[in-house]
Design a protein. Structure first.
Length: 133
């Protein structure tokens, strides 16, 4: 069974350093990050709606993000840049490699999510890429 993941959360996971919207949010995201980075061949399904990262988020109301328009634009931009479409399935490793190749290496991360409230934090972090093992 594949792991549902909002496309922009593939990017957020690379910049996650234990900070987040609430204690339960960061505990949940830490656990997801640990699972995916330790098992990079896990198949993810790219979904443009609330995923398991969102569930404990204070902004997830009735399974819809209160900033849906903004975060959906991040998702769509990432899909376009990576040559993917919603509902595509690929390994977490393949997805991270595409993000690295098509977004991070050409310096396009801020073109996706410059207006995110975490942008200044992420700007100072070296992204963590899943390893082939
Ligand atoms: S700036 Fe926001 S959307 Fe972009 S990687 Fe950081 S936390 Fe994720
Ligand atoms: S801000 Fe929105 S997209 Fe981000 S984790 Fe919370 S509910 Fe999900």
């Amino acid at each position: 069974m594949s792991f549902p993941l909002r496309p922009h959360h593939g990017l957020c996971l690379m910049y996650f350093t234990g900070k987040g919207y609430s204690e339960s949010f960061t505990a949940n995201l830490s656990s997801i990050a640990q699972t995916l980075y330790e098992n990079p061949k896990t198949e993810v399904q790219l979904v443009c709606h609330c995923d398991q990262v969102c569930l404990p988020c204070p902004s997830c109301q009735n399974k819809v993000c209160t900033e849906e328009k903004k975060v959906l634009s991040y998702d769509q931009h990432i899909l376009r840049l990576c040559g993917l479409t919603a509902e595509d399935r690929l390994s977490f490793l393949d997805f991270q490699e595409r993000i690295q190749r098509f977004i991070l290496t050409p310096g396009l991360r801020e073109s996706v999510c410059r207006d995110c409230c975490w942008n200044s934090l992420c700007s100072g972090i070296s992204p963590k890429l899943a390893q082939k093992g």
